[in-house]
Structure formats: structure tokens, C-alpha cells
Design a protein around this ligand. Structure first.
Ligand code: PRT
Length: 283
């Protein structure tokens, strides 16, 4: 049985549960207990406060878990990063009152900055050779300048609307963050085998999200060029159509180059292009 730590409630909860579901793992968590067994995989989930998760994993109480990169970097835990999960994306930024002029980081010199991420902020300021007063607070960082507690803030930003509402503007980005699947270095060999099974599923789910299945019809004279821009997993499937001189091509295209590829296919006289989401992709 592997023990996986997941945020109890908050920004990473839904996506974490959804990811496990897509990996074929259904948790018996109807009443939001602190612990839940999976019906169909030897896995037990612990629902914890996000900030506590790295410590539980480092101590070997949980074998692995899902946690924001920002918290891992701030607390510098000795954990193994198994997979970057692509959700919970945000950035740790410094922000100042919107009406203040800002030219460079030197403008922060001597200022008081409120944050819950004093470790990362301190490291950043040291690298930039700027000296500031860091005021560590537990939450609601963004109101600090408005109530006279600090001149600037260093906090997580995703849409930027919290900064906007509080009359602040982002001036420096310290790091970009996303949720990560991390494992304890104290895990047993037996649990590592289960973890590898889970990782294979996670990878299949992630790859499927990053790729689309594509079907199209093309005249035979452009097939060779189409094959070159549609490499697929090994190579595309090509089948002749009932109409002489035409073929059907099936392949897989990465999401990040999708529209570029479509434009090239159109230029090569491809027609009837169908794009289908992939549920799982196992290489
Ligand atoms: O579970 P626990 O209560 O202990 O933890 P928590 O309160 O820190 O959890 P939560 O759910 O707020 O954050 C968990 C993790 O989600 C963070 O450590 C990040 O890795 C990630 N994450 C992603 C975020 C955000 N986006 C985010 N926008 N965490 C917090 N915010 C906050 C930010 O602090 C600010 O108050 O949202 C506000 C800004 O959002 P925008 O959209 O207005 O810019």
C-alpha cells in the first residue's frame, strides 16, 4: 500500500483528485475524511494542509504527494521530484503600489517587503545585491502596503486580479511554479514498485493531454511532405481512399505546435481534417 499526501482543500485539491481519477484511482472520500483508501489500487490518500505535505513526505509518513514547487523551494526539502503536473501554475512576484515609479530592482533598496516566502525572497535579493527589510507574515500579504505594514509585497500571483484589487503592480518575478508529484527518499522498494506503476499512469494522462489524434485526407502527390510534418508516435498510418489518388492519414500532433501543423497541412492540400482528444497515451 502506498501512502499519498494530497491537499485537504484549496487550490490543488480538485486537480489532484481529478489526476488520480484519470489514472484509474477512485478514492473512497465521500465524507472528506483525513484518510481514504482507493477501491482499485493499493493506495491510501492522506488529506493534509498544503504547507505540511513536504514534511510528511520527508519524514516517510507518506511515500509521495502533490505539492506546489514554491513550497518545496521555500523550505528546501530533500525530496525526489517524480513528475511536473502542469496544474496549480502561479508565480512568486514582488509588487509595489501602482502609482509608484519603478525602473529597476535597485528601486527596492531599503524598502520593507511583506511576504510568507522569506527564504526565496532573501535569496533573490542577495543574488541581485539589493538590501531590503523582510517582514514575514502568515497570510493576506497583499493588504500590507495599504495598511502601512510594508512598502511592497512578495506573493503568489496567478491571474493578477488580487494585486489589481489592492492597488499593486508586479515588478519582479522570483520564480514560476506548478504542482509537482514528489516522493520520499525513505520509501521502501515494494512501495517504489507501486509508485512506478502510478507514475506510468500519470505520464500516460499527461502525454494524452499534450497531444491530439488527427485524421485527414490528402492527395497522394503531397503524402511524402505530409508524413515529414506528421511524425506521429512511430510514423503515421496511411490508408488508400476509395477515390483513386487520395489517401487517409492518421497521426498524433503535439498541442503546442498544433495550429502551425494545421496551416502546413492545409498548404499541402489536406482536406477533411478531424481532430480527436486522446484519453491515454502509453508509449
Ligand atoms: O492547504 P493550506 O491551507 O495549508 O495551504 P494554502 O492556504 O497555502 O493553500 P492554497 O490553496 O492557497 O495554495 C496552495 C498552492 O496552490 C500554492 O502553494 C501554490 O503552489 C498554488 N497556487 C496557484 C496558488 C495560487 N495559484 C494563488 N493564486 N496559491 C495561492 N494563490 C493566492 C495568492 O497567494 C494570492 O492571495 O491567490 C491570490 C492571487 O491570485 P490571483 O489569481 O488574484 O493572482
Amino acid at each position: 500500500m502506498i501512502k499519498i499526501a494530497i491537499q485537504k482543500s484549496g487550490r490543488l485539491y480538485e486537480d489532484s483528485i481529478q489526476l488520480l481519477k484519470e489514472c484509474g484511482i477512485d478514492l473512497n472520500n465521500s465524507g472528506r475524511q483525513l484518510k481514504a483508501r482507493a477501491y482499485n489500487f493499493p493506495l491510501e490518500a492522506y488529506f493534509l494542509r498544503h504547507d505540511d505535505i513536504p514534511q510528511y513526505i520527508a519524514d516517510g509518513v507518506a511515500d509521495a504527494g502533490i505539492v506546489g514547487e514554491n513550497v518545496l523551494m521555500e523550505k528546501n526539502f530533500d525530496l525526489e521530484v517524480m513528475n511536473r503536473l502542469g496544474f496549480g501554475r502561479c508565480r512568486l512576484s514582488i509588487a509595489i503600489p501602482r502609482n509608484e515609479e519603478y525602473n529597476s530592482i535597485k528601486d527596492l533598496s531599503g524598502k520593507k517587503i511583506a511576504t510568507t516566502y522569506s527564504g526565496l525572497l532573501q535569496k533573490y535579493l542577495k543574488e541581485k545585491e539589493v538590501s531590503c527589510e523582510i517582514h514575514e507574515i502568515g497570510g493576506s500579504v497583499e493588504i500590507a502596503p495599504g495598511i502601512g505594514l510594508a512598502d511592497a509585497v512578495c506573493d503568489l500571483v496567478s491571474t493578477g486580479s488580487t494585486l489589481l484589487t489592492n492597488g499593486l503592480k508586479e515588478v519582479e518575478t522570483i520564480m514560476e511554479s506548478e504542482a509537482m508529484f514528489v516522493a520520499s527518499k525513505k520509501r521502501t522498494e515494494e512501495n517504489d514498485l507501486l509508485l512506478q506503476k502510478l507514475l506510468l499512469r500519470m505520464e500516460a494522462v499527461k502525454k494524452a493531454k499534450n497531444n491530439k489524434y488527427i485524421l485527414l485526407n490528402a492527395p497522394d502527390e503531397t503524402l511524402e511532405e505530409i508524413v515529414n510534418i506528421l511524425p506521429g508516435m512511430k510514423s503515421p498510418t496511411i490508408m488508400p481512399l476509395a477515390e483513386p489518388g487520395w489517401s487517409s492519414v492518421h497521426s498524433v500532433v503535439q498541442e503546442n505546435v498544433f495550429w502551425d501543423v494545421i496551416e502546413k497541412l492545409k498548404a499541402l492540400k489536406a482536406e477533411g481534417i478531424l481532430v480527436i482528444p486522446i484519453e491515454k497515451m502509453i508509449l
